[in-house]
Design a binder for this molecule. Structure first.
Ligand code: GLC
Ligand code: CA
Length: 541
């Protein structure tokens, strides 16, 4: 880790979902001054970088991923001057900043899209998006039967026989990345933020920019059949997408230090993902394999080994993620019986098996401690350091995720992990802000607040703080050595210098390896490692 330009290879990156972090002015929406006021908290937590989810002007049809203008700040969230203040405060605290770039689509309020709708079919304005003539004599039927990610059809009529493609909400028209103007505009956007002092970029749906729309368009069933581990898909993970990132990389490398990037690419196999992470491309990619895995030693071992090998061959480092703004929080996932269908569970609530919240938190703490000992970068999502659960019982009329409406109430969506953070145990909105909150917080947030956990040495917050500090001290090169001895349901490995991490996935207590215990995710009993617990050790001197 001697090369400071390689800071991202083994960083702890903390994701902030701005609207739910801290509200400075009482309008119910978290904002940039709110984040700036909490930089001390982030410094004490010990994170290396912050990743900010979108803060761009937006009607919030998809939580800010519907961007009206990629080079401005949503007035609900702040101003460019306040952004500069945040950058300066983070810099002073030694924390780097990654911003979210949303290149697959704009919002339908973007000036380009307004111009496209106002312009005739075949015009240069329309060519920045994906317009196609509809089926039928007057184009009255959509060009294909494709469905969008949030439910409903993926085409919307423009009113003149033409339809536009949206892989997500109708308010998120897909851009046409074959159009040079689109490519140049994003280079301009990346330059804009890099010049403002941003250290890196998180690239939204990085795998979807290149599309093959040569007629005849396949049916949805045919598209689904293309979804094979190594097949060629018309809309996703196409080889040409890497040409785009090659250009981006040239731009990033013109900076000193080079700007970093991490791809969000839910691709079909781990080796396809590695291509996004190559040094000629974005440099790093999210690895969601542990997030999707069951609480199982064999599965964890296999995923870790596979991803470390793939990262090495792609000349990058791996990433580890358990929670983000799109998934059920991991303290809750681990609280549910194995194999629980999360969508069904969210919908059914009362009728479903209750979450074993104690076990969920125990496992979440053990999982995080394990990931923090691995070579590579760990991405944390705001609130996981408090052990926040998914807020699964938000009333239907409070739900904001387009999934709820688009699926006609058959899928609840992602609001439950986006509830505003509790900073204090008492007072309005548990310290989130002086007004109302854009999503209601449950009463249980009092006990989980920063204020409560701050003073408690055994709290999840204290564990994260200690773990991040010890990681900084213990971490050196990216090497890892497995220890195969011991029970099958115990995962154990060492890092250079004898830093050992051991996790017990089994029911019975397991022996602890020799050494000094640095910390553990739960209490150790009788010199043994209890079920669902991780410990870090170092050689006793
Ligand atoms: C990514 C984001 C998600 C968003 C989608 C469309 O998956 O993480 O929140 O809804 O892209 O932009
Ligand atoms: Ca606000």
């Amino acid at each position: 880790m001697s090369d400071p330009a390689a800071w991202w290879r083994q960083a702890v990156v903390y994701q902030i979902y701005p609207r739910s972090f801290a509200d400075s002015n009482g309008d119910g929406i978290g904002d940039l001054p709110g984040i700036t006021s909490r930089v001390g908290y982030l410094r004490d937590l010990g994170v290396d970088a912050v990743w900010l989810s979108p803060f761009y002007p937006s009607a919030l049809a998809d939580g800010g991923y519907d961007v009206d203008d990629h080079r401005d700040i949503d007035p609900k969230i702040g101003t460019l001057a306040e952004f500069d203040e945040l950058v300066a405060a983070l810099k002073a605290a030694g924390i780097r900043l990654i911003v979210d770039i949303v290149p697959n689509h704009t919002s339908d309020r973007h000036e380009w899209f307004r111009a496209a709708l106002a312009a005739p079919p075949g015009s240069p304005e329309r060519d920045r998006y994906v317009f196609r003539r509809g089926e039928g004599l007057h184009g009255e039927r959509p060009p294909s039967d494709w469905t969008a990610a949030f439910g409903g059809p993926a085409w919307e009529p423009a009113g003149d026989g033409q339809w536009y493609l949206h892989m997500f909400a109708p308010e998120q028209p897909d851009l046409n990345w074959e159009n040079r103007e689109v490519r140049d505009d994003f280079l301009k956007t990346l330059t804009f933020w890099a010049d403002r002092g941003v250290d890196g970029f998180r690239v939204d749906v990085a795998n979807a920019l290149a599309k093959d729309l040569t007629p005849p368009l396949p049916s949805q069933a045919e598209l689904d059949a293309e979804d094979l581990p190594d097949g060629v898909h018309r809309l996703r993970d196409r080889d040409e997408v890497h040409e785009i990132y090659k250009e981006w990389r040239e731009l990033f490398d013109a900076y000193d230090p080079p700007r970093t990037a991490v791809a969000e690419a839910w691709v079909r196999s781990a080796h396809r993902r590695a291509r996004y992470a190559s040094p000629e491309g974005l440099g790093q990619a999210f690895n969601f394999d542990l997030l999707l895995a069951s609480w199982d030693a064999t599965e964890f071992r296999k995923i870790i080994a596979e991803n470390l090998a793939l990262a090495r061959s792609a000349r990058t480092s791996s990433t580890w993620v358990f929670s983000n703004h799109d998934v059920v929080r991991h303290a809750t996932r681990y609280a549910l019986p194995p194999g629980t269908d999360l969508k069904e569970w969210l919908l059914g609530q009362g009728a479903n098996p209750p979450a074993d919240t104690e076990r969920g938190l125990r496992r979440a703490r053990a999982a995080t401690l394990l990931a923090l000992a691995l070579p590579g970068s760990t991405y944390l999502y705001q609130g996981e350091e408090l052990g926040l659960p998914e807020v699964a019982d938000l009333p239907a009329d409070e739900l904001q995720d387009p999934t709820w409406v688009r699926s006609e109430g058959t899928e609840k969506g992602r609001d439950g992990c986006r509830v505003p953070l509790p900073w204090t145990a008492t007072g309005p909105l548990f310290g989130f802000g002086p007004g109302s909150a854009h999503l209601p917080q449950p009463a249980g947030f009092a006990e989980l607040s920063v204020e409560r956990q701050d003073a408690d040495g055994d709290s999840t917050l204290s564990l994260y703080r200690r773990a991040l500090a010890e990681r900084r001290r213990l971490q050196s090169s990216e090497a890892l050595e497995w220890h195969a001895e011991g029970p099958d349901d115990v995962v154990r490995f060492s890092r250079p210098g004898g830093w050992t991490c051991v996790t017990n996935f089994g029911e019975a207590p397991a022996p602890l390896p020799a050494g000094r215990v640095v910390l553990s995710s739960g209490p150790l009993r009788g010199g043994l490692l209890p079920s669902d617990t991780t410990a870090w050790l170092e050689p006793s001197s």
